[in-house]
Write a protein that binds this ligand. Structure first.
Ligand SMILES: [Zn+2]
Length: 494
């Protein structure tokens, strides 16, 4: 570390320690606004809470002497310095909803308890946003000389579709360097491409038309093979389902179906008219394990991290013994415990992105159709059209049609770029340990912003309960945020 950087680092750390109570007071103000998505109204596209949070950000920016612009309550930008900005820091002031049930601390407040700051937005993304504001304030009050202008941008719709940034982008161009404190440290510079695909086919698991010959050469229905009536698994396409509920057809339903398909009417009349035969069938049915409801249980995880979960759908498919060609094909395409889509013809990886992921996350019967959903995260050296072509072909060969595809191309900022290298150096100097650039399957706020990376705010090992009950950030991490952002702005805009 140069003497200049080292001295500045120490001065900033001392400044934040000295002003920590004021910083917490600001955090408390913004965290007490419920800025989750609300009913849109004239001039408030994401509701009252989001607009109030943006107004709070704008007020703070004005107090800091920044040049503030409110973009119709989609986003607020605040520019520091003259000329075209070299850097933008993009965070969001909206949050996911919270109700007090289950919380140890009130969700819309800032409570410090036992080394943690509790409340909705503590880590996502109000804590980091306040850290950025105070980084700017520290640089100003300590008169740190900057030659380049930079900009802080707060959005109001990250949690519900990122319409904030889509709108903002049409109004103000992004500078060449952009980072968001809405991801993870050290630096997240590689985000895999994403495909969310749904598919379906007409479905009737009719596997019980087969009959066996008994010792007396009498034809007898074989009811020991399951015949699926309905499947219900998964509620969102980007999560590994932990539950797959399968119901099987009843004996009466199977009899009806069997009768309807057998041409030999006289034989059928004999069979179903014969009490003894009916009794044999009933006995066999009672012994059968498949005449009720079965629930397969797995472990949930994010769709971009299937290896952290245990997919209840593929568990069911692996256990399925019936005759449905569709289900058998899915079992072949998605073997339980395989996460990279190899059996679908995928299974790609590259050195920067690592292994791709491919998970069957939805499977439901609906209106006589079997409907499924797949979450794919693919490496940066592939394209949406290539990957969707392969998976579509695999599904079509299995008898399905693809219904809908939502996709994003991969996002990558070279690790060797001066921008990424500077952020990594800041990380090393502030944290005291070397950090390597990270590739992710998850999609961050800046996925569609060219040249942008995520720099913090979370450390992957901290249990911060993001989006959950008792969301929190450790005081230590929050202080690291303050120091990381202040040093980063100073070095990038020097
Ligand atoms: Zn966020």
């Amino acid at each position: 570390m140069t003497t200049e950087n080292s001295q500045l680092k120490d001065k900033l750390a001392a400044y934040f320690d000295e002003h920590f109570d004021e910083i917490l007071a600001d955090l408390s103000e913004i965290m007490s606004i419920d800025s989750s998505f609300g009913t849109p109204s004239e001039g408030k596209p994401f509701g009252d809470g989001s607009a109030a949070a943006l107004a709070w950000g704008a007020k703070k920016g004005s107090e800091l002497g920044l040049n503030v612009r409110n973009f119709d309550n989609y986003a607020v930008s605040m520019t520091c310095g003259e000329g075209d900005p070299a850097l933008a820091i993009l965070s969001h002031l909206d949050v996911v909803p919270a109700t007090p049930e289950g919380w140890q601390h009130p969700p819309f407040a800032c409570t410090v308890d036992d080394g943690y700051i509790y409340g909705r937005g503590a880590i996502d993304d109000k804590g980091p946003s306040v850290a950025v504001l105070w980084a700017v304030k520290a640089l100003k009050e300590l008169n740190v000389p900057l030659t380049k202008a930079f900009r802080v941008i707060f959005g109001g719709n990250e949690e519900r579709g990122c319409k904030d940034i889509a709108y903002y982008q049409t109004k103000e161009p992004f500078p060449p360097m952009v980072f968001t404190p809405d991801g993870s440290f050290p630096v997240l510079n590689c985000e895999k491409g994403m495909i969310h695909l749904t598919f379906s086919a007409p479905f009737n698991d009719f596997t019980d038309a087969n009959y066996i010959l008994t010792e007396n050469n009498v034809k007898q229905w074989e009811y020991t093979i399951p015949s699926v009536k309905s499947i219900s698994a998964g509620s969102v396409i980007n999560a590994i389902p932990d539950k797959c509920v399968v119901t099987y057809k009843s004996i009466d339903e199977r009899d009806e179906e069997t009768k309807a398909t057998v041409l030999d009417d006289s034989f059928m009349a004999y069979l179903f008219g014969d009490d003894r035969m009916r009794k044999i069938i009933q006995e066999q049915w009672d012994k059968c394990a498949y005449h009720e409801v079965e629930t397969y249980t797995g472990k949930p995880s994010h769709g971009s991290r299937p290896e952290n979960g245990d997919n209840a759908i593929t568990k069911f498919l692996a256990a399925y013994k019936g005759g449905s060609e569709l289900l058998k094909a899915l079992a072949r395409l998605f073997p339980h415990g395989e996460y990279d889509g190899k059996s679908c013809g995928l299974g790609f990886s590259d050195e920067i992105s690592g292994q791709m992921t491919c998970a069957l996350t939805l499977l439901n019967t609906d209106g006589g159709r079997l409907c499924g959903g797949i979450d794919i995260r693919f490496p940066i050296d592939r394209t949406v059209s290539e990957i969707s072509g392969i998976i579509t072909k695999a599904l079509e060969n299995a008898g399905f049609t693809v219904d809908e595809i939502e996709s994003m191309e991969p996002h990558y900022v070279p690790a060797e770029s001066e921008f990424v290298q500077t952020l990594l150096q800041v990380y090393e100097d502030v944290k005291g340990e070397r950090g390597e650039p990270v590739a992710e399957g998850g999609i961050t706020y800046v996925h569609n912003t060219p040249g942008a990376v995520a720099f913090g705010a979370e450390f992957p090992w901290e249990d911060n309960r993001m989006h959950g009950i008792d969301e929190r950030v450790s005081v230590e991490t929050f202080k690291l945020n303050l120091n990381m952002y202040a040093n980063a702005i100073a070095r990038l805009c020097r």
